[in-house]
Design a protein around this ligand. Structure first.
Ligand code: SDX
Length: 432
């Protein structure tokens, strides 16, 4: 299952030398196995945000933050974005290998057969207020979907897990499009199964039952590339959440719904919407990027350069590099001029020559350019994180499946360093 080798490291502490086994990954990354630290040495580690802590061995995605490399199952993101389709990449992430022509045709046929929602689920959309944020609807609908498929809940049953992954992959675009149509008071568009994955989603989003909807191949391919670029990213906040929820043997629908809620935050998947809000504000304020770079550097100013910085990448996020060129190409091919792209390019150019950003190795991340492309494809800003979730879904499911199948998996239960009161005597109410 995992191709790692064992080794040993010795830590010197105040009393004795303490040795721990080490685990070396296939790319040479070394993990210190501290699973006996508490039982044998009565110590725990403290690592806010788990920035230095691996919670698992994984063979799905490799990210090298220093060199700016990203590979899904060993294939470089540049190749996958240029040559693959999103269903092909989803199959690769979930099954571990690229599909043959027949396997891909069968997979896409299975997805097409499950794009419809149970008609009883439609009533759920009516329960939300008109202006409901689509991420709230998406995660609620995903958890609700579990109530229609209880027969597939067992995470230990391979066939049930496969059925769950197919239904989630097939139905999430339908849920997302229904949430959007609800928010603008338009009738739901049903899936059309003669279309490919991205084209089907576009027609459900932007089609109307009163006229034919013409798929623009430039738009459909751009969406496919964007979904590929978002498909997985090792143990990020939302994926770690999916693994943690799933470690209690909660079903896949419930685990993915948990990941969606983690993704919603502006420091994570909500950043793509926050970038557009930031660029719009800078544009409306006269486009003075140096003023906002100064605000981002000012510790007393809460302003952050959204779309910049990354926990892992201390070099260019390769997805941002691809998206930067792609944004210009798609806007040009669609004949769209977006002044926000000019602001973004200027902001990047100025930030990357500023010591504050250079010293902290803050580069544009995947969210810095993705929003501009989503916008040029006609998506409203409030749908951007939903698009991130549709892209990340196969990664979440692949990681959840790997966690369930890993014999070393235990229910996630971090420890703490207690910093509260020592024992106190209970005072009567008159004594307080
Ligand atoms: C995603 O993990 C993943 O893989 C995520 C993701 C994925 O595919 O799943 O790649 C997707 O979530 C991308 C990140 C999207 N978020 C944003 O763009 C929000 C803006 N960025 C930051 O808030 C921040 O950079 C994080 C959240 C991305 C990373 O936070 P860290 O690793 O905890 O870093 P930090 O907050 O400790 O920052 C280190 C220093 C601090 O300054 P000092 O205390 O050293 O003086 O850098 C500064 C921070 O103040 N800093 C920024 C900054 N990001 C970090 N200063 C200004 N603007 C920024 N954007």
């Amino acid at each position: 299952m995992f191709n790692t080798s064992e080794g040993e490291i010795t830590l010197i502490n105040e009393e004795t030398d303490v040795s721990f086994p080490t685990v070396t990954g296939t790319e040479g990354d070394i993990g210190i196995d501290i699973s006996k630290l508490r039982t044998e040495h009565h110590r725990i580690t403290l690592d806010y945000g788990f920035a230095n802590t691996a919670g698992c061995r994984s063979s799905i995605t490799y990210v090298n933050g220093d060199t700016g490399e990203l590979r899904y199952r060993g294939y470089g993101i540049e190749d996958l974005a240029a040559k693959a389709t999103f269903p092909e990449v989803a199959y690769l992430l979930i099954n571990g290998e690229l599909p043959t022509k027949v396997e891909l045709e069968d997979y896409e046929a299975e997805l097409r057969r499950h794009t419809l929602l149970n008609e009883e689920m439609k009533r759920m959309f009516d329960a939300f207020p008109r202006g409901a944020h689509p991420m709230g609807i998406l995660s609620a609908a995903t958890a609700a979907m579990s109530t229609f498929y209880e027969r597939y809940h067992n995470p230990r049953d391979e066939a049930s897990v496969k059925e769950s992954t197919i239904r989630l992959m097939a139905k999430l675009p339908t849920v997302a499009a229904f949430a959007y149509k609800k928010s603008i008071g338009q009738p739901y568009m049903y899936p059309r199964n003669e279309l490919d994955y991205s084209s089907n989603f576009l027609q459900m989003m932007f089609g109307l039952p009163v006229e034919p909807y013409e798929i623009d191949p430039v738009v459909a391919r751009a969406l496919d590339v964007l979904l590929i670029l978002h498909a997985d990213h090792e143990q990020n906040c939302s994926t770690a959440t999916v693994r943690l929820v799933g470690s209690s043997e909660a079903n896949l629908f419930a685990s993915v719904a948990g990941g969606m809620n983690a993704l919603w935050g502006p420091l994570h998947g909500g950043a793509n919407s926050a970038v557009i809000a930031m660029l719009t504000h800078i544009d409306e304020d006269g486009g003075d990027v140096d003023k906002y770079i100064g605000k981002a550097k000012d510790k007393d100013d809460p302003f952050r350069l959204m779309g910049f910085g990354h926990r892992v990448y201390k070099n260019f996020d390769p997805r941002a590099t691809i998206l930067k060129d792609y944004a210009a190409d798609v806007l040009d091919r669609l004949g769209v001029h977006d002044p926000l792209l000019d602001i973004a390019l200027k902001l990047e150019e100025h930030a990357l020559t500023d010591d504050y950003f250079v010293e902290r190795k803050l580069y544009p991340n995947v969210d810095f350019y993705s929003g501009m492309i989503f916008r040029s494809l006609g998506f409203p800003v409030r749908m951007f994180t939903v698009l991130f979730a549709i892209g990340r879904l196969p990664g979440w499911m692949a990681q959840w499946k790997e966690m369930i199948e890993d014999p070393d998996t235990r229910i996630g239960r971090p420890r703490q360093v207690y910093a509260g009161y020592t024992e106190r005597v209970f005072p009567s109410v008159d004594e307080r």
